[in-house]
Design a protein around this ligand. Structure first.
Ligand SMILES: Cc1cc2nc3c(=O)[nH]c(=O)nc-3n(C[C@H](O)[C@H](O)[C@H](O)COP(=O)(O)OP(=O)(O)OC[C@H]3O[C@@H](n4cnc5c(N)ncnc54)[C@H](O)[C@@H]3O)c2cc1C
Length: 417
């Protein structure tokens, strides 16, 4: 496994830096979406620079389910084959209710579905980039437009600034770039999720399925990554104070064990034997679907992608894959609009004008797709967090009307790069 450290990469400069034309696209955030966007641009022959606030690549959240649509995007990025070697196919899903009206439903999945270690995914994306593509330890604090040229200026934590022609904010649910776009802060569900991985030295006994077990308003999800490694995530109703405990994995584990103390022994054992380093704790966030449809996601040549644009609950397993799709569509739009302009001569400021047109095209292609995903995910979040039977009933009706085929979201094809 490759670990990308700050010293492997470019160091921050000490003064205002006008990037050379080949580095005029700056991506804020080196998570799944930022790295995928840089790679998609690289595959189209367009250079970019990723600014990541951490000192190394972050892979918090242990593992991530990638459904059929996500694999189509990974194919376009050229990393699908490498990633297939790291995880087994997941063939179906099962839902088990252990409350009074115990029941079980199972379904076979079509297409390709695997659960990847997040470290495998981000390393595969980063390894395919040129060596100086990521600048670590570089936190963007705020963005403004240059008063005369309208070029975006990024103000960094260390006091330096970087000017670029295009800024793509892939800086997650609490994005500094989305603040610049005047987007509303993301909303929070009354739900908390613990995630982790458990290694079974002589192999686990579980089928190649994604199993969700429900009891007492707690949902335990479990999916195998390999024959000896399992990813799990446990969602429970919770208060806002909960987020502060994330820095203490032993405490996270104890709280989680407490929430599942009436679950079957194999589930309790799975959490008890989990790798402490893999544990993470998150309060689930969302950008409301109506904001996705009405919000303005471009100001000048600044835009957002991934969670910075459309953070959603994990209920569909689509947030990360939607970010991969964003990367493909944005890179395609940019390469179409910029391919016939010489950025060095740039007569009549055509580059800036065409970047704006490319962003508009990208947003046009993405808005309906992410609004639909967000709506479906938002409704499931409301269903899980609500204790009112009336509210639950209304949500179920809405789901049946709007999302008759609940797995249709996996059939989406973001197209060629
Ligand atoms: C419990 C849970 C389970 C999930 N399960 C799945 C799943 O199975 N499948 C799926 O597809 N999705 C899943 N998701 C969603 C998925 O994790 C996210 O959609 C995805 O990680 C978003 O990637 P991103 O790159 O947009 O943002 P992030 O992963 O948040 O990355 C943002 C990056 O930007 C950096 N950064 C932030 N601010 C700055 C700044 N100011 N300057 C510089 N750098 C900055 C951060 O350090 C980080 O590296 C799940 C989410 C949760 C909460």
């Amino acid at each position: 496994m490759t670990t990308h450290r700050r010293e492997d990469r470019q160091q921050p400069q000490q003064k205002m830096q006008r990037l050379e034309p080949e580095n005029e696209i700056v991506i804020v955030g080196g998570g799944i979406c930022g790295l995928a966007t840089a790679l998609a641009l690289h595959r189209k022959g367009i250079n970019s620079l990723v600014l990541e606030k951490s000192e190394i690549l972050r892979a918090s959240g242990a593992a991530i389910g990638i459904l059929d649509n996500g694999w189509r995007a990974l194919e376009q990025l050229g990393v699908a084959d490498r990633l297939r070697q790291t995880a087994i196919p997941v063939q179906g899903a099962r839902e088990i209710w252990l409350d009074k009206k115990a029941k079980e439903i199972s379904a076979e999945w079509s297409g390709e579905n695997r659960c990847l270690r997040r470290s495998d995914l981000v390393n595969a994306l980063a390894d395919a980039l040129p060596p100086d593509a990521i600048r670590f330890g570089c936190q963007v604090v705020f963005v403004e437009l240059h008063p005369s040229t309208s070029y975006p200026i990024l103000h960094l934590q260390d006091g330096n600034t970087i000017m670029a022609k295009l800024v793509i904010g892939c800086d997650g649910a609490r994005s500094a770039v989305s603040n610049f776009l005047n987007l509303k802060p993301t909303g929070v569900f009354g739900l908390l999720t613990t995630r982790g991985m458990t290694y079974y030295p002589i192999g686990h006994p579980f089928s190649h399925e994604f199993v969700q077990t429900y009891k007492n308003n707690v949902v335990v999800g479990r999916v195998p990554i390999g024959e000896k490694l399992v990813h799990w995530l446990i969602t429970q109703q919770g208060s806002p104070k909960g987020e502060n405990i994330s820095k203490n994995p032993e405490y996270v584990k104890q709280l989680t064990l407490h929430a599942i103390n009436s679950f079957p022994e194999e589930i309790i054992q799975m959490v008890e034997c989990s790798d402490l380093e893999s544990l993470s704790f998150a309060r689930l966030r969302y950008r409301a679907p109506w904001e996705l449809l009405t919000g303005n996601f471009r100001k000048g040549t600044v835009t957002v992608a991934g969670d910075a644009m459309h953070v959603m609950g994990h209920f569909l397993g689509q947030g990360g894959s939607a970010g991969l799709e964003d990367a493909i569509v944005l890179a395609r739009c940019l390469s179409q609009k910029l391919s016939f302009i010489d950025p060095i001569t740039d007569e009549n400021g055509k580059v800036m004008h065409n970047i704006e047109a490319a962003i508009d095209q990208y947003l046009k292609e993405r808005k309906m797709r992410v609004a639909r995903l967000s709506t479906q995910s938002f409704l499931i979040g409301l269903l899980w967090q609500s204790s009112s039977m009336v509210v639950k009933f209304v949500i179920v009706i809405l789901m049946v009307v709007l999302f008759n085929n609940i797995a249709l979201h996996t059939k989406y094809d973001c197209g060629k790069l």
